[in-house]
Design a protein around this ligand. Structure first.
Ligand SMILES: [Zn+2]
Length: 292
């Protein structure tokens, strides 16, 4: 059991019993909720989608992008919600039936250097302290990964971490593909040329692979600064999703979309608490003690 998990369950149940979730949901009638997933199990994800479809209307990120460009949400259904999945994990393919059944068209933000290959995400290299690695300049991080685990970004392994090209293409009618850079570096730790290559190269790679425009970006690990924003805007992305907690209104900057991170195996009570922001609130106050 994660620390504070019982407290989260309790808070979630309170949201349901007191009607706090139902009341708060009314505030989301004209705001867009963007949920952030990574690698959920089909069972938990299917349960979430069934719940969400009763309380929200699934829209695509393209719908949201267009509404934002007009600064007018009147064409969106009430309680609009976008589902996003980060990284392009191989097991996302097992969610395809859930996408079809629920009618959701999620965004899968793919690392173009990893999807369609048998390369690994760097954090799956077997390295111990992933959080420490994120604090290092990108070249030092890569050198340490190679020394400690033999990991190299372009090394092919026996099993793959990410979706294959065939899987992505089969899923294409049911998903929107966005970019999540090529190799998921911590962008502010990269030098200028690597940063540019990751942001512009990833978009070009995915467009070549899929034969369709790629307009959306999500920052790896949620990390970015003024330089990253400038490069991404010049690369032609029309929306960028952050992991800063919040909702999207007609006045939101399309290149600074706020979102709600979801614990994959969350019970429906915890999901309620996530959606109305109680967990994000607790996380801010308890910091590192509070693990999602
Ligand atoms: Zn990611």
């Amino acid at each position: 059991m994660l620390p504070l998990q019982p407290a989260k369950e309790l808070l979630g149940a309170a949201c349901r019993i007191t009607g706090a979730f139902a009341l708060y949901r009314l505030l989301l009638r004209r705001r867009v909720t963007i949920l952030v997933y990574h690698n959920p199990s089909p069972t938990a994800f299917g349960r979430h989608l069934a719940f969400l479809s009763r309380h929200f209307a699934f829209i695509t990120l393209d719908d949201l992008g267009e509404a934002l460009s007009r600064r007018d949400f009147s064409g969106l259904p009430p309680f609009p919600l976008v589902i996003t999945l980060d990284d392009g994990h191989a097991a996302n393919y097992r969610l395809l039936d859930a996408f079809k059944t629920s009618g959701v068209t999620p965004v899968i933000y793919c690392c173009s250097g990893i999807v369609g290959t048998s390369r690994r995400f760097w954090w799956n290299s077997g390295i111990g302290d992933v959080e420490f690695l994120k604090t290092l300049p990108a070249d030092k991080m890569q050198a340490l990964l190679k020394k400690e685990t033999g990991y190299e970004p372009e090394r092919e392994y026996e099993t793959r971490d990410a979706l294959s090209a065939a899987e992505l293409i089969e899923m294409l009618p049911y998903i929107t593909v966005g970019s999540h850079t090529r190799f998921h570096p911590i962008l502010p730790q990269c030098d200028d040329s690597r940063c540019k290559e990751e942001l512009t190269g990833s978009r070009a790679d995915l467009e070549r692979l899929l034969g369709r425009p790629v307009r959306h970006l999500a920052w790896p690990n949620g990390d970015y600064g003024a330089r990253e924003l400038q490069i991404a805007a010049a690369a032609g992305y029309t929306t960028i999703r952050t992991i800063r907690h919040g909702w999207v209104t007609p006045d939101s900057d399309p290149l600074d979309l706020r979102a709600v991170e979801v614990q994959h195996d969350a019970s429906l009570d915890v999901l309620r608490a996530e959606i109305i922001g109680i967990n994000a609130f607790l996380k801010r106050f308890f910091g590192k003690l509070y693990k999602k």
